[in-house]
Each structure stands twice: as C-alpha cells, then as structure tokens.
Ligand binder design. Sequence first.
Ligand code: DGJ
Length: 535
Amino acid sequence: MKRLIIILFALLPLLAGAESKLQRQGNRTNIVIDGRPMLILGGELSNSAVTAVDDVALVMAKMHAIGLNTVLVPAYWDLTEPVEGKFDFSLTDRVIEEARKNQLKVVFLWFGAWKNSMSCYAPLWFKEDVKRFPRAITAKGKPLEIASAFSENVFQADNRAFCKWLRHVADIDKAVGTVIMVQIENEIGMLEDARDHSPEADKAFNAWNKSGKDDIYNDEKFMAEYYARYVERMAKSARAIYDMPLFVNAAMNSRGRKPGEYPSAGPLAHLMDVWHKAAPSIDMLAPDIYDTGFAGWTAQYATKDNPLFIPESRCCINSGVRALYTFGEHRAVGFSAFAIDQESETVTTHLTRSYDMLRELSPILLDTKAKYQTWGMLFDKKDRERIITDGTVSLTCRHYFTLPWDPRANAEGDWQEGGGIVIRIAQNEYLIAGSGVMVEFKTVTEKQQEERKTLGEDGFVAAGTNKVDKTADKQSSTRFQGKRIGIGYVDQVSINDDGTLRYIRRDNGDQDHQGRHARISVDEYKILHVKLYEY
Ligand code: DGJ
C-alpha cells in the first residue's frame, strides 16, 4: 500500500500535466513552466525549414548547438489538412520528438488563414473554392489572395483545423510540456487597401461606422477590430482545448507607409487598444522587428498591459546585444531571431554568446524577491550614449568605439552595435553584462560639474594646445562640490546557479583605464562586477 502511494505521488505531475503560463512575478511578467520561470532564448525557423519530416532532426540539433532554449516553429495548415477533413500530424510529431531530444521548448506558429497578410498556407481545396471561402476585395473590386475575415466559412474551416491540430498537441504533449506557447496566424493585415471591401465586409462596415467617417485610418481601425474578433474566437476555442499562453505578431508600419501599404490593421502599436479590447484572450501583441530603430519599437510594445515578447527580429551580428538590451531594459518574456537555421556561425555566434550570458544571469534576472533594478544599453554610430541616474549614482554608458583609440571606430559605414544589461545588485555595486560598451560612474553632483577632456589610452590628455586658456583658469577657480565615486575594483565574473558570483579575473590597470571606467570591447562578451566607493 505504502509503495502504491509513493508511485501515485511520483506519477502525479504526469497526470496533472506540465503547465505553461504567463505570471506577474515581482517586477516582471514571466513565462512559468511547471512552476519555474524562464527567459525565452529563442530562434524562429525559416518558413520552409520543417516542411519535410526528414529535415527536422538536423534543424533541431543545430538549434541546440546554437544554444537556444526555445524554437519557434510553423505549423502549416496546408500540410496538416491536405484533404478536407483528413489530418496529417507527422510534422508536428517529429518537431516535438526532436525538440525533446535536444532539450528545446517549442512555440508553435499557426500558419492558418493568414501568413504575412496572405492566405498562402491555406490548403489548395480551400484556395480553389472561392465561392465557399470568399476573398477580401479591394475598393476597386479586385479579389486578393487574402481570405475574407468576414466569412463564417473561412473562420469555421480555419478554426476546425486549428482545434484538431491543438487537440493532437495536447494529447501527445500535455504531460511533458514541450510546447509552451502558440501564435495564432502570422502577421495578419490587409494589403493594397486599408480594409476589405467584399459585400460582407461592407455590410459590417456600414453598421460599424456610426460616425460616417471615410478615411483609411478609420478603415484600418474597423478592420483591426474584425481581425481581432476573429482571433479572439480562435483563442477561446484554443483555451477550451489546451490552456497556454497565446500571442499574435505584427509587421511594423515603418518607413512612412500608410495603411494598406503595410499590412493594415495588424496588432500594431497604434491599434493596441482595439486589439486588447476585441481579443482579450490574447496574452501578448508581439512586434516583428526588422527595420532600424530597434529600441524604439521595443518601447512601443513593452507597456503595462503588454509584456514584451519578440518572436522575430533580423538575425544579424547585432542580435546578441539586442537580446541583452531587450531583457535588461524591458524585462521581456523572450527574444527570438528569425531564420536562424539559415545563418552562418559568424552571425549566430553572437546569439550563442549572449544567450550563454543570459542563461547565467537568469537566477538574478528572475529573482522575484530581490527585484533587482535593471537597464538596457544599445548603441550604434548615431546613438552612442545613455546616462542612467540611479539615486545618487550617475552611470554614463557609451559605445566602446567612443573611446578614442579603437581604429575600428574610424572605419567607413555603420558600427557593429554595442549593448548589454546594467544590474544594480546592491548600493554602489553593479553588474555590467554585454559587448562593445564602456561605463563611467560618478556621483550625480560630480556629473553636473563634469569637465570633458579627451584622454588617450594612457589616461593623459590626448593633445595639448600650448596656448594660455583663460577660461581654463577661471574654471579651476570654481571649487569642486560634494563627493566623488571611485572604482573599488572591476572583476570578470560568471554566475552560479544560485545567483552568487564566481571570480574569473580582475580587470584593473589598462583594462579599466586605471580606475576610470568599466569596459567590454566589441566582439567580447563579458559579465563585469563593479564595486564602487565614495570619497
Ligand atoms: C515576417 C514573417 O512573419 C516571416 O514569416 C517571414 O516571412 C519574414 N517576415 C521574412 O522577412
């Protein structure tokens, strides 16, 4: 009897199933898996990467080797339901099997009725039957390869396949919990026009448009509400089958484009209220960031009601520092780079090194009791500096190339980005984790009295003028006020599983400019422990 009870207890977690949910913990929202929070260190596969069962093993092994803990993988409607009502889950099965072998979690992306606005992943039997499954139509009457969101038949077909597929995922994975999140559709949005002008859409629009407004921004709002309503119905059916975090992603409305020139009415920052109201079962509206201005896009999506998750970002040599910035500045749920399976090691190595650091930093970043204060740094040739005021301490953070002695600073073209995380672990004690950055520490009063002189690598004034400078005499007659901050030491460290620091080596002398700053060169990835003192 006693043995039976012990066995039953051991089996309990399996019977209950592995659970994945989003939870507010301390000063951040975390994805919590079986009671344990984690940072999603992700990569999204290129669109066709797992369309053949035989390709899956190799791809997943590569994702493990790069150092991801989560892979974002399409679930294709056309290959799941090639014949109406007949389902084939072999790709999904293999993805889950190989992910488990490689200790990876999976975020599935339902490529259903819409993928980048279009309905290219709808099965052929759906595409051909335009009568049953009507298309969105432009104001000029041109039918598009975009299924109409106003057709109940479209919804029923898409939702039926989605539910069948999700039921299968629940059956094979609920006890283990390899699949942790689902994205519904992909980059929803109308193209060519701001809204659908099919007869059904017009009918709905006339009923909706009480104000009688007639402009593309009003059209976009209307369309967003109806896309969101459609998604909400899918989210509700999903929750009844397998309750896990759900999100939608958006293509950005960058480069001065108007609704219809970009995928109009998607979950864009200016439509967040519409989407939140009409699709309350969606946990996160997520930006796909390919354009310049990475920090600006992240800020628009990291709001009180919307935890930040970046399912797609351009995979490049800057991805590593961008990931660090995202977690440091916005306490994000996760970061992922797109088409990571197609990138060379020269590129992916930046993510590997950054994710290694984030894995180490996790016990600190996820410490819900200590609620450490964190900031992000992200610098390029244009945005070179950020000044952080933390109580009485002023941290001047800059791109490494602002130091006057690295010849790469003078090269033509853009700088490789520098960035990372600043973490205050105690009063006058910080961790600087990143690449291509330098940080100076001053008291706020000292910063206010700062005189800027360019110092060479030896710490001496780079070039004298040999002239009598009367203003210099005047300045020196103003007495210095208040206290200064000095660097007690800068150590390279790694982080133990319990969040304590492990000394690697000391960065003194030339490495901290004889006590003037902490720095990490471009291409190096380090965690520095900086202890300050006042005098
Ligand atoms: C964004 C889409 O969501 C992806 O599936 C892919 O098409 C990329 N764009 C390509 O840049």
